[in-house]
Design a protein around this ligand. Structure first.
Ligand SMILES: [Zn+2]
Length: 232
C-alpha cells in the first residue's frame, strides 16, 4: 500500500502519518527528514537543498522531485509507505506517479485530513511559548495553570512571530491554494480519501485506518491484487 497524506499546517498530518504507519506497519517517509538527510549526505543534490533552506527559500519542485526519486530508487518496492509532505504541488504529484509507474506501482490513496480554516487558525494562533524554558502551551488545548505564566519555571509566555495571526492566516491560505489542484488530481483518479481532522487525535487515526480497510481499491492493471493483499 502506497499512501500520500495531505493536510494544512495545524491539521495534524505529521502526527497522523506517524500513528497510522505504526498501526499498519508502513514506513513513514517525511519529506522534512529526507531534506535533512540529503543535507548531511553532502552530495551535489544535498548541497543544492542546503543552499535553498539556508536562504529560507522553498526548495524548487525539480530538486525536491529528484530527491524523492533517489530515495525511492533505493527503497524496497514491496515495503508499503506513507509519504508526508510530498507531493506539495500538482507537478510533484505527476512526477511521483511517473516514477512509480516505471516500477509498475501506483499511489493507492491520498488521505486528506480536513480541518476548517477557522479551526486551523485557532489551533495555530493559540500557541504560546515560555520565554525562559521554551515550553510550549496552547490557549485552548493546553493552557497554563496561571494565565501568562509557565507551569514549569514561572517564565513569561509569549506568541512567537511565526505564530502571529497574520503570518498564520497567510500560511493557511497559501497551503489551500496550492493543494486545491492536487486534491482535484487525486479525486479524479478516484484516490482521494477525506477524513474529519477536527476530532480527537486517536479518533482521527481510527477513522483513517477504518477508511483504508473498507475503501475498495480500484482494480489497476499496474498493481495485481496479490501484491495489494500481501502489502496489507
Ligand atoms: Zn518555562
Amino acid at each position: 500500500m502506497y499512501l500520500v497524506f495531505l493536510g494544512a499546517p495545524g491539521a495534524g498530518k505529521g502526527t497522523q502519518a506517524v500513528a497510522v504507519s505504526k498501526q499498519l506497519g508502513l514506513t513513514h517517509l517525511a519529506s522534512g527528514d529526507l531534506f535533512r538527510q540529503a543535507q548531511t549526505r553532502g552530495d551535489e543534490l544535498g548541497r543544492q537543498v542546503k543552499s535553498y533552506i539556508e536562504k529560507g527559500l522553498l526548495v524548487p519542485d525539480e530538486i525536491t522531485i529528484k530527491m524523492i526519486q533517489e530515495h525511492l530508487e533505493r527503497f524496497n518496492p514491496e515495503q508499503s509507505f506513507i509519504l508526508d509532505g510530498f507531493p506539495r504541488t500538482l507537478e510533484q504529484a505527476r512526477a511521483l506517479d511517473k516514477m512509480l509507474s516505471q516500477r509498475q506501482k501506483a499511489i493507492d490513496r491520498a488521505v486528506y485530513i480536513e480541518v476548517s480554516p477557522d479551526e486551523l487558525t485557532t489551533r495555530l494562533t493559540g500557541r504560546l511559548t515560555c520565554r525562559r524554558c521554551q515550553a510550549p502551551y496552547h490557549r485552548v488545548n493546553s493552557p497554563p495553570r496561571v494565565q501568562g505564566r509557565c507551569d514549569k519555571c514561572g517564565g513569561e509566555l509569549y506568541t512567537r512571530p511565526d505564530d502571529a495571526a497574520e503570518t498564520i492566516k497567510k500560511r493557511i491560505e497559501v497551503y489551500l491554494e496550492q493543494t486545491a489542484p492536487l486534491m482535484d488530481y487525486y479525486r479524479k483518479a478516484g484516490k482521494l480519501l477525506s477524513v474529519n481532522g477536527s476530532q480527537d487525535i486517536e479518533k482521527v487515526t481510527g477513522d483513517i485506518v477504518a477508511a483504508l480497510a473498507v475503501s475498495p481499491g480500484r482494480p489497476r492493471p499496474t498493481q495485481p491484487t496479490e501484491a495489494r493483499v500481501k502489502s496489507r
